[in-house]
Design a protein. Structure first.
Length: 310
């Protein structure tokens, strides 16, 4: 995670800045977030789930999706839904410089950062854009090439309504397949396929799960993304069976990630649920001589309502 980022005054009165303002406040907020958020790197090419934008900015999923789509439409950035990687096209110029000398140590840093970015369709285009000015030596070829975002507009992001329709369609297909298939032992235990399908986390549960993962990334940016459906279901269990709110879940997980011991031992909703009582007791008992990181510079609870909802 970077300690700071550079945002020049031209952001507000430049061509792209004016285009963002013309689209609306969501586009401006998302644009500023993409350059300054804790997930960003100096390349402007990094993993970013839309749920992070929704929670950190308070825009909600629909507002975050709209703002991101509009930012893509005006050419400020490109976003790939499959890999969940964003590329703020000109960000490297402002964060690093227009050109580096060959002996500049930052050249190696640029290459290392580029090599560590998750697989995505923008890798070749980024190399073409910056290899010469930053003296990059290793070009990564993505498994699936796409049209360079420098030459073509990004694919429009689906709206929240479209995502819900696609999810419903997916659920209906799964239900038909399950009805036609023989009952598995898991279905027999529950008595019906319908009851089995009900054991799923809500969209808010998944948002909470993704928030928890974002908190892990703050400590370890290279942590492998989990199965968010499984995580969402664990959040649902804590909510329905244990009576926990999303806010309570987030706050206790946040505390655990700030603790030097529990940070490495509570890395999932399931483990949080298992250790809930222990964590609650430890949280309320100050440990002599123990330093507890509070991550004061990061407001991870932004966007979580008083009732614990997102």
């Amino acid at each position: 995670m970077r300690d700071y980022s550079k945002v020049g005054p031209q952001f507000w009165n430049g061509r792209t800045g004016k285009a963002l303002k013309a689209k609306g406040s969501e586009a401006v907020i998302v644009g500023m977030y993409l350059m300054t958020c804790q997930h960003a790197n100096m390349l402007g090419l990094y993993y970013l789930n839309k749920a992070y934008i929704a929670v950190d900015t308070g825009l909600g999923l629909e507002g975050a999706s709209k703002g991101l789509q509009w930012a893509c439409e005006v050419g400020f950035c490109s976003y790939d839904e499959a890999s969940e990687v964003v590329w703020v096209t000109e960000m490297a110029l402002y964060q690093i410089g227009e050109q580096l000398e060959l002996k500049d140590n930052r050249c190696k840093g640029v290459q290392r950062e580029y090599d560590s970015v998750p697989e995505n369709p923008f890798l070749s285009a980024f190399y073409e854009r910056y290899a010469k000015v930053f003296h990059m030596t290793n070009r990564r070829v993505p498994e699936v090439e796409s049209t360079s975002p420098l030459q073509a507009p990004s694919k429009p992001l689906p709206s929240q309504e479209q995502e819900q329709e696609q999810e419903q369609e997916k659920n209906n297909t799964s239900a038909k397949t399950a009805a036609a298939a023989p009952l598995t032992s898991e279905c027999r235990e529950d008595g019906s396929t319908e009851r089995r399908q009900k054991r799923r986390g809500t969209p808010e549960d998944e948002t909470c799960a993704r928030w928890l993962f974002g908190r892990i990334l703050a400590s370890n940016p290279e942590h492998k993304p989990p199965n968010f459906s499984t995580w969402a279901d664990e959040v649902r269990l804590m909510r329905e069976r244990d009576g926990r709110t999303h806010r309570a879940i987030c706050e206790l997980f946040d505390w655990a990630q700030g603790d030097s011991f529990w940070r490495a031992n509570v890395l999932s909703p399931a483990k949080l649920r298992e250790k809930w009582d222990q964590l609650t007791i430890k949280r309320g008992t100050p440990q002599k001589g123990q330093k507890h990181d509070n991550f004061a510079t990061q407001d991870y609870r932004a966007g979580v309502a008083p009732d614990g909802s997102f």
